[in-house]
Ligand binder design. Sequence first.
Ligand code: HEM
Ligand code: HEM
Length: 176
Amino acid sequence: MNRPRHFNLLARILHWSMAIAILAMLFIGAGMVVSLRYRELLLDLHRPLGLAILLLAIVRLANRLRHAPPPPPQDLPAIQVWAAKASHWLLYALMLAMPLIGWAMLSAGAYPVVLFDGVNLPPILPHSPHMYGVLRPLHGVLAYLLFFTILAHLGAALFHAWVRRDGVFEQMARGE
Ligand code: HEM
Ligand code: HEM
């Protein structure tokens, strides 16, 4: 099969717009649990932006499964090829899990899942204080995992761009 030299346009648009949205969500989330003054405002941003990330992640995953990614450089050590693959799938898993857990924990806590004024999403779990007690800390712990994985991902991307200069960064930054 002929492998492309770059990620396709949809993959690149989704990658960079979602990178901004996901980083914003981590700071919005952290901000809303430490600020009393901005808590409501940040929560009103957090829920719809999180749901938008869930929808875009589904589109992105479908696009990724239909279109083979560009191959890694031939001289890249096998362990780094493996680490790149594993970390990309972990990022996908977290992009899907974080919004689903947010939605599920509000459902379990019997809180309304407000998207916009007057537009609520249905609960995806029955009322269960026990499940709320599990999912609420899980949302926080996985947010840390997401943050540290993104830091490693950023480090790897810059290593390819500035040290190895092997074209991996351009696979996501440029088209054919
Ligand atoms: C990519 C998606 C998401 C990310 C990265 C994210 C990130 C975060 C972070 C970092 C926190 C603070 C955690 C802590 O300090 O324990 C948080 C809290 C929270 N998140 Fe999310 N979140 C996402 C999606 C969602 C969604 C879709 C919902 C609901 C529909 C949601 C609902 C909440 C709520 C209600 C809290 C705070 C709860 C409280 O203060 O008790 N999150 N989120
Ligand atoms: C912070 C700035 C970021 C930079 C500089 C960056 C850079 C890159 C580069 C160069 C690639 C291509 C790697 C390859 O060809 O193997 C890539 C792929 C990828 N990145 Fe990022 N990235 C960033 C943020 C993020 C964030 C926040 C996420 C999601 C949480 C993310 C998720 C992914 C995934 C899943 C891939 C695999 C390709 C795909 O299926 O879309 N990236 N990134």
